[in-house]
Design a binder for this molecule. Structure first.
Ligand code: SF4
Length: 425
């Protein structure tokens, strides 16, 4: 309902100044505030309609980019202001006063919204009513327990709202007690290495949420997880090499450490059965191995990753008649025959540096064409924690560096991670 509501920047700025002034007096308190210019940019871009496209290009040409990075905000904000207001407005002026010059739209309840075509299932009329109710400080009952306010979600297509009571959660057995010395946590008794998949819709789960999912599954399975020491003890769960959001993985690795159990040590089979019962089907466990407490961590042990990619390639019209099927094996050979292939990689801070990607490629194979005509490629490349990591996009860059026709990466699946001392490889 608050999609129609305008941010009152003057009020936000007043509150921030007030809090900063008051908090400055307190010793040992550190406070962070969102720079109001980030909020202004978000508001302005978020409410933009199709005319915003040209505006984004103008801002980009004026130097905008990486706008959400703290260290870039001065340059990015100045570029946006210059792109929209021209040279006569000083980007260093008070941002709230500058808002008057920026095209931040006031949205009326009846105005078409740029995102009206996205159907969330909730009736727009219901949202308008809810907005008015909110401005009058009226609350809407929680329809899980009170009456239905007919928001439009429930129906034959989506089903009906029912409340399922949560299953009982076993008490947490292993977190250090407040009286225990935090610098000397109880030592782990067993360590397991779990190979699992991250598939289907759960490929959209971020790394931290995935770790929470594992933590909850262990809790529900009644496993006595070991905790790290220090004043902020964390469960001893470690995932090797986090997958990017949206990518499926079929052989991910997780290390898990358990405390001594009064019932005796767990077998890998029992651990697998206990955890599988609690995990969603999109996180299937492939294998569980007990490893020594002294073995290197999963992150340190992983040295390579095997990927399956689908890649398309549009040949120029002149050679289109020949199709690409016959070209893929030759392109693969060309990559494998090269002694060195130098490409650029960009760090999180935007710095580019060249590296020899060929040295990180251990295996490459063309496996055939998909029904849509894309090539299936299988590759194994370095996947080390020290940054020597050959990503699927790097393979496309390698083809470009050799002057091959342009490849477009369609999908990437990480089939498995390879780690030292794994006897099953
Ligand atoms: S019960 Fe369904 S239709 Fe009614 S308010 Fe709740 S979600 Fe909306």
């Amino acid at each position: 309902p608050f999609q129609w509501h305008r941010v009152d920047y003057a009020d936000v700025q007043r509150k921030q100044t007030l809090l900063q002034k008051e908090l400055r007096r307190l010793r040992g308190v550190k406070a962070h505030f969102t720079d109001i210019r980030f909020s202004i940019l978000e508001d302005f871009i978020g409410k933009g309609d199709r005319s915003l496209g040209q505006m984004i290009e103008r801002a980009w040409r004026a130097g905008a980019g990486m706008d959400a990075w703290w260290e870039n905000i001065d340059a990015a904000y100045a570029a946006w202001v210059r792109a929209y207001c021209g040279e006569e407005v000083d980007p260093a002026a008070d941002p709230v006063a500058l808002c008057a010059h920026l095209p931040i739209r006031e949205l009326g309840l009846e105005d078409p919204l740029p995102w009206d075509h996205i159907d969330t299932g909730i009736d727009k009329k219901w949202l308008q009513k809810d907005y008015r109710r909110a401005l009058e400080a009226l609350t809407v009952e929680d329809c899980s327990f009170e009456g239905c306010s007919a928001c439009g979600i429930c129906g034959p297509g989506f089903g009906h709202n029912i409340v399922i009571p949560p299953p009982p959660v076993p008490p947490l057995q292993s977190k250090p007690t407040p009286t225990q010395d935090p610098l000397e946590p109880e030592p782990p008794a067993q360590r397991f290495r779990i190979t699992y998949g991250k598939t289907g819709d759960l490929r959209w789960l971020g790394h931290l949420d995935l770790m929470r999912l594992w933590e909850r599954a262990c809790r529900r399975a009644g496993l006595p997880l070991a905790f790290s020491g220090g004043y902020h003890p964390m469960p001893r769960l470690a995932n090797a090499n986090a997958l990017p959001i949206g990518q499926e993985g079929y052989g991910e690795i997780l290390d898990l450490e358990l405390l001594d159990r009064p019932e005796g040590p767990l077998t890998p089979e029992k651990l697998r059965a206990l955890l599988s019962e609690q995990l969603p089907p999109e996180i299937p466990i492939q294998a569980v191995q007990e490893i020594s407490l002294r073995d290197p961590s999963a992150t340190a042990a992983v040295y390579a990753a095997e990927y399956q990619l689908t890649v398309s390639c549009e040949l120029p019209k002149a050679v289109h008649g020949s199709g690409t099927e016959s070209s893929w094996p030759a392109w693969v050979t060309q990559i494998l025959d090269a002694q060195e292939i130098w490409i650029e990689k960009t760090s999180k801070s935007g710095k580019s540096s060249p590296f020899n990607a060929r040295a990180l490629l251990y295996y490459l194979e063309f496996q055939g064409l998909t029904p849509e005509g894309s090539a299936c490629l299988l590759y194994r490349g370095s996947c080390r924690n020290d940054g020597a990591y050959l990503r699927p996009t790097h393979l496309v860059q390698m083809a470009e560096s050799l002057g091959l026709p342009h490849w477009t990466l369609q999908t990437a699946k990480r089939l498995r991670l390879l780690w030292e001392h794994d006897s099953s490889q």
